[in-house]
Design a protein around this ligand. Structure first.
Ligand code: NAD
Ligand code: 89V
Length: 340
């Protein structure tokens, strides 16, 4: 049994705690938050008696196999460095890994120097429908893929539960696009070059709420990642990512409500349903995300127990974070202009 502590008892941490309660080989025995009220409320709700106002107090008092950091990204570097310096404790940390590439690299280096496993809680690639797309591609169902699209378009009010999303200078690429870019890496492989545009449509927020990215992957596949929180559709699909893949032998479409259609050039068409597994603590449309939190944590616990790194270990996640940085850089520059 792995013994862990959760650092940060805010909005999303509840999903971590519900999920840890379902992971057979791991237990959260202590909580830490600098906000005394949140700490007490979370401790009472989840029946976790040992609570600490600082990470220093937590590390001084507890013997842990891992910590699970669910604070905001501005705090990640200091927390990861403090736990790494303590030694002997594996570190799981929420996305985005940090606010800057320098901080992200320093965190990966700190964990490597301390010799402790470090992974980012990147859960979207663990969604059941995304795993179903990957399985179909790996089966060779559509031959060699040459085009892909991962699309997230919504007008869901994410600001109600996460008010910082409306006030941060950077929004959709750093917070949500990071998941979709990670899905594109997971499905289509590493990216060699990209071009992007971003814009703000909602005048009430500070950062960008629309992003469109064109990417060239090693091996030749071209993909598009498009994200929007300004897209009002007749059917609100939050938080579903729709996926299209065209291959030499057929096509694959992950459409609304987890319906995956695989069509082969030879004429056969197969439909696979890939909904998230049921959860007693599911909360409306967030169910898809919540189930992927459980899937990530199950795999992370199994990896730590087996002495292997979780799939989205720090060095891997640097590649996804580099895409985020590249999107912002590209969006600042000019696109190729047509001759008048
Ligand atoms: P939040 O602001 O609601 O909660 C953060 C908590 O961390 C607060 O309770 C705060 O008091 C605590 N905290 C801050 N600094 C601390 C420190 N030094 N030590 C201990 N506690 C500290 O934020 P949130 O909405 O829960 O988001 C947390 C993280 O989860 C973010 O990185 C966000 O991007 C991520 N997130 C991920 C998903 C997903 O699907 N993967 C979804 C939502 C949020
Ligand atoms: O998953 C996330 O990181 C969330 C949301 C889906 C709202 O963008 O912040």
């Amino acid at each position: 049994m792995l013994t862990g502590a959760l650092i940060g008892c805010g909005y999303f941490a509840e999903n971590h705690l519900h999920a840890w309660a379902e992971v057979a080989d791991a237990a959260i025995v202590a909580l830490c938050d600098t906000d005394a009220e949140r700490l007490a409320a979370t401790a009472a709700k989840f029946g976790i008696a040992r609570t600490y106002p600082t990470v220093a107090a937590l590390l001084a008092a507890e013997t842990l196999d891992f910590v699970d950091i669910a604070t905001g990204p501005r705090t990640h570097r200091a927390l990861v460095e403090e736990v790494a310096a303590h030694g002997g404790i594996a570190i799981l940390c929420q996305k985005p890994i940090a606010k800057t590439m320098d901080d992200a690299r320093a965190m990966v280096a700190a964990a490597a120097e301390a010799g402790v496993p470090f992974a980012i809680h990147e859960n979207f690639r663990w969604q059941a429908p995304i795993r179903a797309v990957k399985a179909a591609m790996d089966e060779g169902a559509i031959g060699t893929p040459f085009f892909g699209r991962c699309s997230f378009r919504s007008a869901f009010d994410v600001y109600a539960r996460q008010p910082y999303l409306a006030t941060d200078a950077r929004f959709i690429v750093e917070d949500l696009g990071i998941h979709i870019l990670d899905i594109a890496r997971f499905l289509f492989g590493e990216v060699e070059s990209l071009a992007a545009t971003v814009r703000r449509v909602n005048p009430k927020i500070r950062g960008e709420d629309v992003a469109t990215v064109l990417m060239q992957h090693a091996g030749g596949l071209t993909s598009i990642v498009d994200c929007s929180y300004a897209t009002a559709l007749p059917d609100e699909l939050f938080p579903q990512t729709l996926v299209e893949v065209d291959g030499s032998e057929g096509t694959l479409r992950l459409a609304a409500d987890y319906r995956l259609t695989i069509h082969r050039r030879d004429g056969g068409t197969e439909v696979r349903e890939a909904p998230p597994p049921p959860l007693a603590w599911a909360d409306g449309p967030a169910h898809l995300i919540q189930a992927s939190v459980l899937a990530f944590q199950r795999d992370a616990a199994a990896a730590l127990a087996a002495g292997r790194l979780p799939e989205t270990h720090g060095a891997d996640n640097l590649k996804t974070f580099a895409l985020v940085q590249a999107v912002y850089r590209s969006a600042e520059g000019p696109m190729t202009r047509l001759e008048p």
